[in-house]
Design a protein around this ligand. Structure first.
Ligand SMILES: Cc1ncc(COP(=O)(O)O)c(C=O)c1O
Length: 272
């Protein structure tokens, strides 16, 4: 199912000119929403982040209610998979909104990660209020994907991005979390990482579901001290990492617990 500016089109017409700024400058923003039996999980948080991203990159006059309706419309037609929404700057300095269904993708159930310095990643102590475009979910993903490819070439599932001081940031398309002494940790947002929806949920679970979830920082040199670690995203509700570089990890009950809490959360939200 394909929509351009809320109008349904055939796949053959779901196209944009190369001159579109989204194509040659990555001048756009996007969201990916997971469908669970026709239900678009966390849609309001995704719409909120989309609106934040739009305002950070100066897209104006966007009808978010309409986008939400489009996402629900597509999601309702499918059991599983994703709805993707992209807003791209057109040649005339206006924008177009693309919304489409993406079938389920196969995701490794065990991750091996290779740490890689992401020179272009902020990774500093940024003030979230005054650094205007920090955390934008922009379509400029070329650098992220190059890290994934480099890690794959070395036989790893994906990359784990670190800053110049070797502090762990995030994956090219996921949040990283680690477990130590039965506490769950995620990196803090001042590092410039994406304000991930599933990370937000995990922190909320820390408040509501008796998990201990803390924000902290960890360096490559500390990775052999932790008990377990996992990747987290809209597509991956906590997948265990069994290896980072040469360090091996086992699965952990708390990772299963996080998965269960997500499943329960989705069930509760669907029935409300
Ligand atoms: C760079 C990056 N970090 C984290 C995430 C996880 O974000 P979310 O939980 O909103 O899917 C993503 C998801 O695409 C991402 O691209």
């Amino acid at each position: 199912m394909y929509l351009i500016n809320s109008v349904q089109v055939e796949k053959k017409d779901f196209i944009i000119p190369v001159e579109n700024m989204g194509v040659w400058r990555g001048d756009g923003v996007f969201e990916a929403i997971k469908i669970h039996d026709g239900y678009p999980f966390a849609i309001d948080l995704h719409i909120e982040r989309l609106a934040r991203s739009c305002s950070k990159v100066f897209f104006e006059n966007i009808d978010y209610e309409k986008i939400k309706d489009d996402i629900i419309f597509i999601a309702n037609e499918h059991e599983d998979g994703y709805v993707r929404t992209l807003i791209l700057r057109s040649e005339q300095n206006s924008h177009d909104i693309f919304c489409f269904y993406q079938p389920p993708i196969s995701i490794s159930q065990e991750f091996s990660l290779q740490t890689q310095k992401a020179f272009w990643q902020s990774g500093g102590d940024y003030d979230l209020e005054s650094t205007f475009n920090i955390g934008t979910k922009s379509t400029s993903y070329g650098m992220n994907i190059s890290h994934t490819r480099a890690a794959e070439q070395d036989g790893f599932t994906d990359a784990l991005l670190v800053n110049k001081d070797e502090i762990i940031l995030e994956g090219p398309t996921f949040t990283f979390g680690w477990i130590n002494n039965n506490k769950i940790y995620v990196p803090d947002l001042k590092l410039g990482i994406l304000d991930s929806i599933t990370r937000k949920y995990l922190i909320k679970f820390g408040v509501e579901k008796k998990l201990t979830v803390l924000e902290d920082r960890i360096k490559i040199s500390d990775l052999d001290e932790i008990d377990a670690c996992f990747v987290l995203s809209t597509a991956k509700h906590a997948v265990p990492v069994f290896k980072i570089n040469e360090i091996e990890y086992s699965d952990h009950d708390l990772i299963t617990e996080i998965q269960n809490v997500f499943t329960e959360q989705i069930r509760t939200e669907r029935t409300n």
